[in-house]
Design a protein around this ligand. Sequence first.
Ligand code: AMP
Length: 393
Amino acid sequence: MKVTVRDLDVKNKTVLLRVDFNLPMDDYQNIIDDKRVILELPTIKYLIENDAKIIICSHLGRPEGKRVEKYSLRPVCKHLSNLLNKEIQFIDDFTKKGVKQIVSNMKPGDVVMLENLRFYKGEEENDENFAKKLASLADIFVQDAFACTHRKHASTYAIAKLLPNAIGFLIQNELEAFDKILVNPEKPFVAVLGGAKVKDKLPIIENILDKVDTIIIAGGMSYTFIKALDGEVGNSIVDESKIDYCKKVLNLAKQKGVKIELPCDNIATKEFSPNAKIKKFNSGFLDKEYQGMDIGKKSIKKFCKILQSAKTILWNGPVGVYEFKKFRKGTIALAKCIAKSNAYSIIGGGDSVASVKDLHIEHKISHISTGGGASLELLQGKGLPGIEIINDK
Ligand code: AMP
């Protein structure tokens, strides 16, 4: 168990809070989605109410060690200030003279925000001197940037060695949710894995085989499995280098009594384009010139039936080419099934999260993870360096 912000005495202490305010922005620096800020409010409010002096820091985009105006956190600072109804001083360059004075003048409950940490080379290089400069501003480090914890950067890793530290509420919620499915899941536990990158998902399958009852494998990754079972997949995406790995995982699943469910029908096209003419095929029988773009009606029915009786559901990755509206039907149908179910449900991964957002059914999902890469690594059974470095209780 990690030390949480509640375990530390923060009264009158200066707390450096690492958050993930890497928000989607338009070309005019307007925030498109402030979900990550909203989810951070409980930690910030707790620190304010408990008389800490709070220095918020984050990255935004990929400025690669240079000052790039479109990646400034200033608009996010303004937005947070409005949400909290509180003045927040924005610090343009924390390495400048005078900043220490600003910090030492802070009163309990005051909040300041630093400019994008990736404007400095030392951040992504996990540079110790850069971390020391950051650490010199504060008494305590609070890690709450879950989506960045798979990376060893100065503000997510090196800094934790320099200050007393804790996790914030956002990370605490993420860890509790993943523990629910990875430690003692209520059965039946059904995992739905989709998306294109079979190489990312195979280690997840291996890691959860001892916990799940059924794994539904769909989307682009399913064609490598179907090919491993000698099915005909036409022009569908296949990772040839992972066919043997798929065979190994299928055998392991069989030994452990885990059911692997693949699509039974597919919507396929000759071209990979949004309006391509479709043809339906039974899975494993695609014509040479066709590629699978979505699952068909029979697969939707079969998968939804399995999901109906689940008590725990994990979903990662779309079951079709979600970017093209015409090929969203399978993903949308599964999102609705999961929302309807009474199971404890976790969703991670860009397109699966997008589908529940598009359908406005986020509130019907038990936990929507904020960390794409970080949640993948957690599901693969890997440790997250940015969390491992935080002190245990
Ligand atoms: P991942 O990052 O592995 O979760 O993959 C997400 C991507 O998988 C999305 O961009 C989808 O368009 C893609 N995808 C899902 N199904 C298919 C498919 N049948 N053929 C090609 N790409 C797919």
